[in-house]
Design a binder for this molecule. Structure first.
Ligand SMILES: Cc1ncc(COP(=O)(O)O)c(C=O)c1O
Length: 330
């Protein structure tokens, strides 16, 4: 039985806006943005975007199981770690973040925020971090911390993918017609899988990989067979319809968290022109790639494109601290 959300874990729909730009006019396409970054639950601005969609059902499941503690994993700048910390503060869970690498002398803004939400941080070596799914490793963590609800790195599990289906369901209620193309950024692929599943071949899902990877295609195919999703998935061409989803790997800028001056200029220009902030790790690369494809004529004239702003803006402060105030925030 698919779960239903209790009102505690529901929220008002995020805005759906149409972008105006000469590039879009020239190409004869419309671009709608699902502004999930504007969802802001709890302290700070970490619990928003796809992080909230992925956590909603998990938080409810943790509550139903009577778990008081959420434990998760991530890198030092992880949007997911920050979101779990905020969720703990907002919904009354204790939280533990197992962080990859040595504890630095001074914490970066993401981890400072996590600590301000009372998340307990434990730093482990990169080698140990690789074992994070190993049952023995997890049982050692249970001995150390007691019982907890486990959220995987990046937050992708069956309930998370199921939660991301709501992005499509909300847009269907907000837009006058179903957009023909649905674009979002990929890390683990969970958000994209939820969107592709809900579309079920009715429109094309176009993912933009934020990392250099040749495994995401396979991974999304696997995720589409997750419990709670339609049992038809996993027939090779996920969600049944040939060509109904595709992952573009041309705009990762050299890999995860890598960037060039072109990307930074695009992000700053986009903010100046449209008043919409993008992060340099995920959404900046998505919109850069999307505009490039629009200019190249990838989308037929008359198309309506939907892009999901998945958030990630909490990471800008840490990025700027590390690389020197590149992304404009005012
Ligand atoms: C802001 C943002 N957008 C997109 C993604 C990609 O989502 P997923 O891991 O579900 O592919 C992430 C996290 O990984 C993220 O933090």
């Amino acid at each position: 039985m698919p779960p239903t959300l209790t009102p505690l874990f529901q929220h008002a729909p995020s805005p759906l806006v149409e972008l105006e730009s000469p590039t879009l006019q020239r190409a004869g396409v419309r671009l709608l943005i699902k502004r999930d970054e504007l969802l802001s639950i709890g302290p700070g601005r970490a619990l928003c975007g796809n992080k909230w969609r992925k956590l909603q059902y998990n938080l409810q499941a943790a509550r139903e199981e009577g778990q008081n503690t959420l434990l998760t994993f991530g890198g030092a700048y992880s949007n997911h770690v920050a979101a779990v910390a905020a969720a703990g503060a907002e919904f009354g869970f204790q939280t533990i973040g197992i962080i990859r690498g040595e504890r630095p002398e001074g914490l970066n803004p993401t981890l400072r925020f996590a600590e301000s939400c009372r998340m307990g941080l434990q730093f482990i070596s990169r080698k140990a971090f690789k074992e994070k799914e190993d049952p023995e490793f997890l049982s050692r963590l249970r001995k150390q911390f007691g019982s907890f609800y486990l959220l995987p790195e990046g937050g992708t599990n069956a309930l998370a993918i199921y939660g991301c289906r709501h992005i499509v369901e909300e847009v269907e209620r907000q837009a006058e017609a179903l957009p023909g193309y649905w674009c979002c950024s990929l890390g683990t692929g969970g958000t994209f899988a939820g969107i592709a599943d809900a579309l079920n071949g009715r429109a094309k899902a176009l993912g933009f990989s934020a990392l250099k990877s040749d495994f995401l295609e396979r991974e999304v195919g696997r995720l589409l067979t997750a419990p709670l999703l339609s049992p038809r998935r996993g027939e090779g061409t996920a969600n049944g319809a040939e060509g109904s989803w595709e992952i573009n790997t041309d705009f990762h800028f050299g890999g995860y968290a890598k960037f060039t001056p072109y990307l930074i200029d695009f992000i700053n220009g986009f903010r100046q022109q449209h008043g919409i902030a993008l992060d340099p790790i995920y959404t900046g690369k998505l919109f850069y790639g999307l505009f490039q494809l629009i200019e190249e004529g990838y989308f037929p004239r008359g198309s309506t494109i939907l892009a999901v702003h998945t958030g990630g803006l909490q990471g800008i402060e840490g990025f700027n601290e590390r690389f020197g105030e590149l992304v404009e925030v005012k």
